[in-house]
Design a protein around this ligand. Structure first.
Ligand SMILES: NC(=O)c1ccc[n+]([C@@H]2O[C@H](COP(=O)([O-])OP(=O)(O)OC[C@H]3O[C@@H](n4cnc5c(N)ncnc54)[C@H](OP(=O)(O)O)[C@@H]3O)[C@@H](O)[C@H]2O)c1
Length: 302
């Protein structure tokens, strides 16, 4: 029987430990060395993964066929430089990272190893949940062809879909996912702040928002954004939109730290206008809304 390819991990945090655990359980890779900043953290990751050896530093890492560098993005290039002297000077080793924003070129220090990147469009906020929820996620692959092919079969084995991107596509591709995923979280936080200002407690607000937010997300993917957009803006209820904006501006005057709420309402209101037009908003209503959103906070009376 041929041996499993060995995978070393530098940075077994949220993402690193989840992928290592899944690849170990599916029998795709033999987990080798696990190196975090502290040995305690490496031990913790080893316990989660259920395989591998926690090591104190790169010097103690065993040889491997693949190296995953899953440290924070800003440290990937530096870590690649530190790893380079420990690699054989041939094309048998694959080094990859999982950043969405950086190309495989961030690993250039590790050449002549084969370099690639693989970004799962998934939030690893809770690694235990990700073990069951990663399946079905898309993984964006980029880098040298042989590395991309190898990683494609490794992620397919985890029931992920793979797409291949060029280095030039990566940054805007990742920005697009940040807008949908991370900024949705920010938007929900702003919504909770607005509800708190209305005197609605956090638990009630969460309970109230969960079904409608999930329904809206689902509507977007089943009906499309034009049909999913409901509410006063797309109905052309200018009075309602104007009164809501004024309420947020009055709030900002009373509590300057909540100025972001009014600013975001304006910015997203403006951004919604082309979509609302496609959804049927009249040109007259659109112009009135645009004038409302472009007025500066200080231009409007309390
Ligand atoms: N989290 C996500 O949802 C997600 C999704 C897609 C892609 N990614 C990508 O995955 C990568 C890792 O993100 P993450 O969220 O898993 O990060 P994370 O949870 O913060 O984990 C980072 C790990 O790197 C270790 N580390 C940091 N500096 C190190 C160094 N110099 N040497 C060795 N280990 C070091 C940390 O060790 P200690 O534990 O000792 O501090 C930690 O275990 C990033 O490139 C990110 O863009 C993440």
């Amino acid at each position: 029987m041929s041996r499993l390819p060995a995978l070393n991990i530098i940075g077994a945090g949220h993402l690193g430990r989840t992928l290592a655990c899944l690849w170990h359980r599916r029998g795709i890779f033999a987990i080798g060395g696990i190196c975090n900043r502290s040995v305690e953290s490496s031990e913790d990751a080893r316990a989660f993964i259920g395989a591998g050896t926690a090591v104190a530093g790169l010097n103690a890492m065993p040889p491997a066929d693949l190296w995953l560098i899953a440290v924070p993005d800003d440290q990937i290039a530096t870590t690649a430089k530190q790893l380079a002297p420990h690699l054989p000077a041939d094309r048998q080793t694959l080094v990859f990272h999982c950043s969405g924003a950086l190309p495989a070129g961030a690993l250039t220090a590790c050449t002549p190893a084969v370099l690639a990147s693989a970004h799962p469009v998934h939030s690893f906020a809770d690694p235990e949940r990700s073990l069951t929820e990663l399946a079905g996620a898309t993984v964006a692959l980029e880098g040298e062809a042989s590395g991309v092919t190898h990683l494609e079969s490794a992620f397919r084995a985890l029931d992920c879909h793979c797409i291949v991107l060029s280095p030039e596509q990566k940054l805007l591709y990742h920005t697009g996912s940040v807008m949908a995923c991370n900024y949705l979280t920010v938007l929900l936080d702003l919504s909770l702040q607005t509800l708190a200002a209305a005197g609605i407690d956090g638990d009630t607000a969460q309970k109230m928002l969960a079904p409608i937010v999930l329904q809206t997300a689902s509507n977007n993917f089943t009906l499309g954004p034009e049909r999913a957009l409901t509410g006063p803006l797309v109905r052309g209820d200018i009075e309602t939109v104007s009164r809501q904006l004024k309420a947020l501006e009055n709030l900002a005057r009373r509590e300057p730290e909540s100025t972001t709420l009014a600013e975001t309402y304006r910015t997203l209101g403006n951004a919604a206008l082309p979509l609302a037009k496609r959804a049927g908003l009249s040109d007259t209503a659109r112009r009135q809304m645009a004038a409302l959103f472009s007025a500066h906070l200080n231009d409007t009376a309390p």
